[in-house]
Design a protein around this ligand. Structure first.
Ligand SMILES: *Cc1c(COP(=O)(O)O)cnc(C)c1O
Length: 376
């Protein structure tokens, strides 16, 4: 049966090298830091074409520590998208700063740069775009605004590792190695990329209790423990070698879906921007409620989801509730109707299974089942 995401298929394909990497760590007796972590950071920096890569405990920590490194906290504002995983705005809120939302573009689901400028106040310190589903936000426009108003830019690149320029355009780039991401650890992990030496040094302090590199028990600033395990680093080093190939396979699987589904009325395949690259962390369809089959919002999407489920095909809704409507962020004072594009997307998106190992047979069945639904 098709899974929404299959971590075991990938393990099988690289079993020997993963096992020997893990064994290497077990035998070394070094489980925190050390050569594996150092090497992985260097390899990852090279992969992203940046000078520095600082490993951390998770993508969430990557975002949180990036904000801290920029000195963002109480009284500050950070502009971001309401259509993303909670961590994006949650980390902003956790610094004491206020997340300020700008609605998304209807086709790419990424933050609409045209709406950002109007939200800038004297308190605004940074913009945090998310490269959602594996496609870069409009960084040209975002960097132009950031430069004009002297704002920092933190890229939430958790879903876009390997997309062209991801994590190398803004001041800081944040990545996640959550198992289901395009490069997943066998546990939690994250990375921050930057070309700024001072920020890199600050982050190295923040992620390790502010301990002086020369004297572990001399703490220069208040930090935390957010380290990537040596074991995860060793595993991720093996996986990084395959990442370009895996991303390419994802793009090919997406192309297969595109070709098979492009002519179905009432179903919109993912928009691909002209100068970006898409690494298809998710393959996300839009089912507008204006289509013939529906009157209520979300009805078309929910009906197709149910139809696929009945045939044993798992799908996911990323994301069913925009962040401005989350109970946790109620205190920000947003209300329904504030971000119509994000709210519409929440009702109309449906992500299909996509990963490098999914077979043409499995995809064929998914496509056929979708076509049956529309033929009814
Ligand atoms: C996965 C993800 C994160 C958080 O990463 P974790 O490693 O799970 O903490 C943040 N932002 C986005 C957009 C994500 O998809």
């Amino acid at each position: 049966m098709t899974k929404f995401f299959d971590t075991t298929a990938q393990y099988k394909s690289i079993e020997k090298s993963i096992d020997s990497a893990a064994k290497r760590v077990f035998k070394s007796g070094i489980f925190i830091g050390g050569e594996e972590v150092r090497k992985f950071e260097n390899e990852f920096a090279k992969f992203c074409d940046v000078k520095y890569a600082i490993s951390v405990n998770s993508g969430t920590d990557a975002l949180f520590l990036s904000l801290k490194a920029l000195g963002i906290g109480k009284g500050d504002e950070v502009i971001t998208t309401p259509f993303t995983f909670i961590a994006t705005a949650g980390t902003i809120a956790n610094t004491g700063a206020g997340p300020v939302f700008a609605d998304i573009e209807s086709d790419t689901f990424n933050i609409n740069p045209e709406l950002v400028e109007g939200l800038i106040t004297p308190r605004t310190k940074a913009i945090m775009p998310v490269h959602l589903f594996g496609q870069m936000a409009d960084m040209t426009a975002i960097m132009r605004i950031a430069k004009k108003y002297k704002l920092f830019v933190i890229e939430d690149a958790a879903q876009a590792v390997g997309a062209r320029m991801a994590g190398s355009v803004g001041d800081l780039g944040c990545f996640s190695f959550f198992p289901a991401k395009n490069i997943g650890a066998y546990g939690d992990g994250g990375m921050i990329t930057t070309n700024n030496k001072k920020l890199a040094e600050k982050l190295r302090l923040l992620k390790n209790h502010g301990s002086s590199p020369k004297d572990k028990y001399r703490n220069l600033i208040v930090g935390t423990n957010s380290r990537l395990d040596s074991l995860q680093a060793a595993i991720l080093r093996v996986k990084l070698k395959h990442l370009r190939k895996w991303n390419k396979a994802r793009a090919e699987k997406a192309k297969y879906y595109n070709n098979a589904l492009k002519n179905i009325d009432g179903l919109i395949t993912p928009a691909i921007t002209p100068n970006g690259s898409h690494v298809f962390h998710q393959y996300t369809l839009q089912l507008p409620s204006t289509s013939l089959r529906t009157s209520r919002s979300g009805q078309a999407r929910n009906a197709l989801k149910k139809h696929l489920e009945k045939q044993g095909i798992p799908t996911m809704v990323y994301y069913p509730l925009p962040l401005h409507l989350q109970p946790a962020l109620k205190y920000l004072g947003y209300k329904k109707g504030d971000f119509p594009e994000a709210e519409r997307a929440a009702n109309e998106v449906l992500s299909l299974p996509i990963y490098p190992e999914i077979t043409e047979k499995e995809q064929g069945k998914i496509v056929e089942t979708i076509k049956n639904f529309y033929a009814k």
